[in-house]
Structures are given as structure tokens and as C-alpha cells.
Design a protein around this ligand. Sequence first.
Ligand code: ZN
Length: 163
Amino acid sequence: MAIREILKYPDPRLRTRAKRVREIDGSIQRLIDDMVETMRAANGVGLAATQIGVPLRVAVIEPRDGQLIVLINPEIVKTSGQRRVEEACLSVPGYWGELTRSEVVVVRALDRNGREFRVRGTGLLAQALEHEIDHLNGVLYIDRLDRPEDLHRVEAEAEEAAT
Ligand code: ZN
């Protein structure tokens, strides 16, 4: 496993719309392992492959220890409700924003063994699912702010949980 460099805004590769994974081979397994290691080293809640310059639809999410979710070709099948959240991103260091996300998000994806599964998220998991799938479409949370004033600089050393 290896820690990969996380691309930072405004790197144009963050705007790539990632392609579907056609075959889950050894290179995808290594990619997943590297993404998990990179996410954990950065104390992130999630990481999308586009954030390390790999334009494939792969994301990892770990909203809390022991709850690692690997998503290959994820698709949002249902959302409901809305709530205001605070959000940050490993690719936009030094900032956090206030935006509206869904209360409940249901996603269908393949796991690392190629089996289809569904995950239903609320709270931080719902937020991370939307955030990471946005990344795979070249979208950053800063695109979803209602007003520029909703973007804030991180003060002191207390970094927000970042995805
Ligand atoms: Zn992010």
C-alpha cells in the first residue's frame, strides 16, 4: 500500500467526470488499498479516486472507525429530506462551508469483490455519500454553496472532518 498525493483545488483533474470500472482486477484492489491508507493518513472521512488523479468511479468512506465502505460505480438511487451541514474537503484545505445536503441517501454500488449492495446513510454517512459521488462527477462542495459568505476559513488547529 502507498499513500498517494491528494490533489488540491483548483487542480483541473478534480473536475474530471470519472469513468465506470469495467473489471475489478488487481490494479483496482491496489487502488482501493492506497485510497484507504491515504484517507486514514489525512484523517479524512472519505476519499474519491479523482482526488488522487485516478479518473475511475471508486470511493472509500469511513464515517467512524470500523465502518469502512468501499464503493465501486456508486449510484444514488434515492434521497429524502434536507438539512444544513458544515462540510470540508481534503482537496480544499483550510476552508469549511455551510450547505444543504439530503437527510437520507440510498446508494447502490459494487463492493471490492464485485457484489452489488445498497447502503442507506443518514447524518455524516449521507453527507459523505453525496460528497464523494459529487467528486466522481467533478463537483466540489464549494460549487454547492448558496452564497460566497458560506465559505469560511478554518481557524486555529481544529480542522473539520474532511472528505
Ligand atoms: Zn472532498
